[in-house]
Design a protein around this ligand. Structure first.
Ligand code: GCU
Length: 615
């Protein structure tokens, strides 16, 4: 026993020593809640499958004739004649609409998985003593950012924002922004290359130029605490951050609070919640305009105030038990050729099917942080959100650098969304097979979440075990990660994967710990819209999917501490794993909607089930 304890202590030291402290995970610059100048539009691009723009054949620095990021007018240089020549020209390259994944933009890029360079020219505002930044909402998967031929930043991670300062690299007049995007994943990426969704490489979310005073408001938060206070803070950045007067206002609540920043440029707010405060909920998604200001900077955010907690095996929203009536969703707009083009209209079309079509109050944004547009819309429409980082199926569990990568994705997500009332659960992974290293990895992630945001619940979509008791199948939840989670969640596919008959499902025995809320984070069956089989015995038919839902919901009703569900999945989605030539053709067909939004038979079954839950 002593040896075990010593070993565990050593592992613990290694884990902590091998990884950065939670507070050091904060990105250097956040610039949350600012609109800025949007660079969306037509960008030119240049394929670079052999990565010649980054490295030469021997791994040396690339030849200058191939450095796509160079600040050079190739046509003008060529007109001069002489020995110099180039093997690229982003000024005369083809164009593509940004934001959006290249896989849906051009037929020849449908399965392109590698490096592509993008270029956009822009004329900045006059700085006049201000600072300038580029904020990328997401680039999948690695980004190499150059301005006027100078490298200004890099980022790894396909689903979270990052900011690079360009104050010193800007020039007056036309500037040349070049971004190398490498979609390739590997065994050390988060996620690895083994997923059940499409490649979707590219600048997939907006890019903005943001101007700030020399000292600016980098981040500001406000939330309702469990004991009825409004608490938060404001973080300034810049030479004059310390000792600054700052003001918080919530006009509709008659709140004006003044404070002074400390030596680190931070000031906390903490006041009794005003009596008139209306709490946010799916039924009453009330948002307040909250202003944060210094003498020469101001940001505002629209924030809902609610509390979320677990008590025994209940989930309490604003102190009352809630059942999560939801569905899982990938970040993919409706349509036959989606490109992760998520804007107000495409996000609203998806979330409306959940809120109004399915009578839902909840959505699992799987398997990675979705666009801020979607999360803000969930705030506005009144949908609770399960937010998830892509620690999916497998990772290099024993590698501290990979754990740090996962923790950074988690931190970038929390710093982006911690003012979002809709977000109630941070999920630290999906379907990762149990092993010592895996449980250590997830436990460290759970600790990171707890230290960065103790106000929300921690979850993970776990695998179930199966055992036989007295000749009967019993489904068991016995994951060693459970003590590090506030809610248990499992993906269960009995009746689809494996040989259970649909009529076996209602009688299935579940052996579940009773002391925590349980969520069915996934269950589902494929169906090709329009393929009907009245016998409901052929998989891939709508009838089979509908009967699968009837039987699985009957099984769910017999689990006493089931507190929510997010069946897999709202709509059919692209996946190169799914290539049955009749039923799939590169689509995972577990959607309740077809890829174009056609409702399948099972849609109404779930909608009716949730309607009954309303009473
Ligand atoms: C898994 C996984 C999903 C996948 C689904 C399926 O549970 O979490 O990402 O798409 O099963 O098999 O369709």
């Amino acid at each position: 026993m002593r040896i075990m304890r010593a070993l565990m202590a050593m592992v613990l030291v290694w884990l902590v020593a091998g990884t950065v402290a939670a507070q050091d995970l904060r990105p250097r610059v956040l610039l949350t809640g600012r609109s800025g100048d949007d660079l969306s539009g037509q960008w030119t691009y240049s394929k670079d499958l052999y990565r010649t723009g980054l490295t030469d054949i021997n791994g040396w620095v690339a030849k200058s004739r191939m450095q796509r990021y160079r600040d050079v007018d190739v046509a003008a240089e060529e007109a001069r004649g002489g020995a110099t020549f180039f093997e690229f020209d982003l000024d005369r390259g083809p164009q593509m609409g940004i934001p959006g994944a290249w896989n849906s933009a051009e037929a020849e890029l449908r399965y392109y998985n590698g490096l592509i360079w993008f270029q956009r020219k822009f004329t900045p505002q006059a700085l006049e003593g201000r600072r300038a930044f580029l904020r990328f909402e997401a680039v999948n998967y690695r980004a190499y950012v150059y301005l006027n031929g100078k490298e200004v930043g890099r980022h790894e991670g396909g689903f979270t924002p990052f900011v690079v300062e360009i104050t010193d690299a800007l020039r007056s007049g036309e500037n040349r922004l070049t971004v190398g995007v490498d979609s390739r994943h590997d065994d050390q990426s988060i996620p690895t290359e083994i997923t059940d969704w499409d490649l979707y490489g590219g600048i997939t979310r907006p890019v903005r130029v943001i101007y700030t005073p020399a000292t600016f408001i980098d981040d500001a938060t406000l939330e309702l605490t469990g004991d009825g206070r409004l608490a938060g803070g404001i973080q300034l950045s810049g030479p004059g951050a310390a000792g600054q007067a700052v003001t918080l206002t919530v006009a509709r609540l008659g709140v004006t609070v003044r404070a002074t920043t400390d030596a680190t440029g931070y000031a906390a707010f903490d006041l009794k919640a005003p009596r008139g405060l209306q709490r946010w909920s799916p039924e009453t998604p009330v948002l307040y305009d909250v202003g944060f200001a210094t003498a020469d900077d101001r940001v505002s955010d629209r924030i809902g105030f609610r509390t979320i907690a677990v008590k025994g095996n209940e989930i309490l929203l604003n102190g009352k038990p809630v059942f999560l009536r939801g569905v899982s969703m990938h970040e993919e707009e409706l349509g036959s050729n989606p490109g992760r083009i998520i804007n107000e209209a495409s996000a609203r079309a998806l979330l409306s099917e959940i809120k109004y079509g399915l009578n839902g109050n909840y959505v699992r944004l799987s398997h990675y942080p979705h666009s801020e547009v979607t999360v803000r819309l969930a705030d506005e429409m009144g949908l609770l959100v399960w937010s998830e980082i892509p620690v999916y199926w497998t990772a290099d569990w024993d590698n501290p650098a990979v754990l740090d990568k996962a923790r950074r994705v988690q931190a970038e997500t929390i710093y982006r969304d911690r003012n979002r009332a809709s977000v109630i659960i941070w999920s630290i992974g999906n379907e990762t097979p149990v092993s010592e290293p895996r449980t250590r990895f997830h436990s460290a992630l759970s600790d990171t979440v707890r230290s960065l945001d103790p106000s929300r619940l921690i979850g993970a979509a776990l695998l179930v075990e199966r055992k036989t008791v007295d000749g009967h199948p019993v489904i068991e939840i016995a994951d060693p990660l459970l003590p590090k989670l506030d809610v248990m969640a499992v993906n269960t596919y009995a009746g689809w994967y494996g040989d259970d008959g649909l009529d076996d499902l209602p009688g299935m025995v579940w052996d579940v710990p009773a002391d925590k809320p349980l969520i069915f984070s996934e269950f589902g069956a494929d169906a090709l819209a329009g393929y009907f089989d009245p016998t409901a015995t052929h998989k891939f038919s709508e009838d089979y999917q509908a009967q699968y839902y009837r039987r699985t919901l009957a099984m769910a009703d017999r689990i006493g501490n089931l507190r929510g569900m997010s069946p897999w999945i709202l709509k059919d989605f692209r996946s190169p794993r799914r290539e049955h030539p009749v039923y799939q053709n590169g689509w995972n067909r577990k959607g309740l909607l077809s890829e174009t939004g056609e409702r399948k038979m099972a849609f109404e079954i779930l909608a009716d089930y949730y309607k009954d839950k309303l009473h």
